[in-house]
Design a protein around this ligand. Sequence first.
Ligand code: PRX
Length: 638
Amino acid sequence: MNFQINSFEEYQEAYKKSVENPEQFWGEVGDHFFWKRKWNNVLNWNFTEPDINWYEGGKLNITENCLDRHIYQNGDTPAIIWEPNDPTEAHRILTYKQLLQKVEQFANVLKNNNVRKGDRVCIYLPMVPELVISLLACARIGAIHSVVFGGFSAQSIADRINDAACKLVITSDGGFRGSKVLELKTVVDDALMQCESVEKVIVLTRTRTPVSMIKGRDVWWEDEIKKVETQGNPSCPAEEMDAEDKLFVLYTSGSTGKPKGVVHTTAGYMVFTGYTFANTFQYKPGEVYFCTADIGWITGHSYIVYGPLSQGATSLMFEGIPTYPDAGRYWDIVDKYKVNIIYTAPTAIRSLMAFGDEFIENKDLSSLRVLGSVGEPINEEAWHWYHEKVGKKKCPIVDTWWQTENGGHLITPIAGITPEIPSYAMLPLPGIQPALMDEHGNEIEGNDVSGNLCIKFPWPGMLRTTWGDHERCRQTYFATYKNMYFTGDGCYRNPDGYYRITGRVDDVLNVSGHRIGTAEVENAINMHSDVVESAIVGYPHPVKGQGIYAYVIANHHIDEESTKKDILQTVSRLIGPIAKPDVIQFVSDLPKTRSGKIMRRILRKIAEGEFSAVGDITTLQDPTVVQRIIEDAQKMRK
Ligand code: PRX
């Protein structure tokens, strides 16, 4: 069996085999990686507890697969190309040889700072090569990384550090983002006032923003590297890890209040990200691959770091934003490095579309071969713009559907090999067995049907647990439908059997491709002293995909404009600027059932401006509230 699928027939064969004989299939895929000791058993699982074990008994280190094994033949191939925020600053290239050396060096820094196998390390860094180095250095010594996206607040960092009891934090003085400087170390300092588990903070110099270095706790990255250099031996052997040892934890929002730490383990995640990277994008040796995501999200973990590097690819990472210094920045980068594959989010495409074609028209994009999309449904208009203006109608678009919990792509076209339809994720990759379920828990067979999307059989990259709370993992993903993983997404299977994701069916929003729990935002708003209660719903937003609409009951006569600002500030403080509502509407009451449950369906319709579509309101405690909310919403729209 070929590792890389080369034709539609090969896809069909691989798919058939992966369903009929999954262990043989994934065993053969696993053979394309480097093991210190081969596994005894490819798969041992049940979805009841759940208890999922891939490549049982196998011993390995993921960094040997991402670095060491490429050194002999491809040591001088660029592993990471780094494009800075400011286009006038020099870019950096790290070959596989250089990246390995830096990872080993920093792994020794971690050891010198008392980090051991199994310890948790929180990483709060801007998009600089040292972020990749930090992840891999943790993996080198078997420490478990927990990356926190730079847009999260001190409180969010503290919650994440405390949940996993992180021992060490890696951050920088600051980060450049467009024309702004983010004061990352200051945010970490605020967070650490609440974190007893943290013993050390390693601070990288990036912006020269003044920082307060706390004696005994804070050390400079550069000084620690010098210490390792003077110690003489910069190499660091790769720790032998069990296939199911934890590789990282990454927090994501769900429909209840607190974000959960999704746990990925070593071997299955490695095999799945490597296999899906090579296949979905049809990566060819020597190509330059550019994923625009931030490593703070799963896309960056799987498809900037682990997937591409395990395949010996050249992964381009970009520190800045698509609109700085102007809305042609991505295309300048494509031109500068002759990028072959670009992988971005619909929200970025929509925002660049809105700036007009002048920023793209005179750019040389002829190197592009494959375009990818991730994070949210891509609307047809954005798909066509991407296809025509970026891909000049010659590049396949892979609309990759997957989730933090999945580790890698589940349903997606394979570039140039399986068919594509705008706004469809199309067909499952080999090993993925989707099922559409009805509200009674029965599978909906046949085509031209819609239901809740589940996966019937394990795949190597799936989550194993949620940090510190296995029961929550079971409840969230494995309890709704017996013997199934429940995705939380709705899905349509068309007459030809192609899948189209229709969006979340739970109380989770997808704002600019970022997952935000409504309960999380409500809890933050409710912390404000003038707020009695609130309800959050999503509404269609032309650039963000979904916007956040907040209905707020305030407790006494307030000045609405200044209270709105205070609420935004509260959400920024408690979660981060990414969770700020786009619209705040003050209401005197919320539509509730007699048992006190908020009827979000009604609030969603009002937020969408579909006032006549609120449906049946007779079961409400007080049906008259609906009319009052509608009248105020209409006034706000004027
Ligand atoms: O609703 C789906 C949507 O994003 C959710 C997962 O979010 P997150 O864990 O943050 O991961 C994002 C990056 C993988 C899914 O439940 N989603 C993701 N990709 C797509 C998508 N919806 C439609 N089409 C996609 N290609």
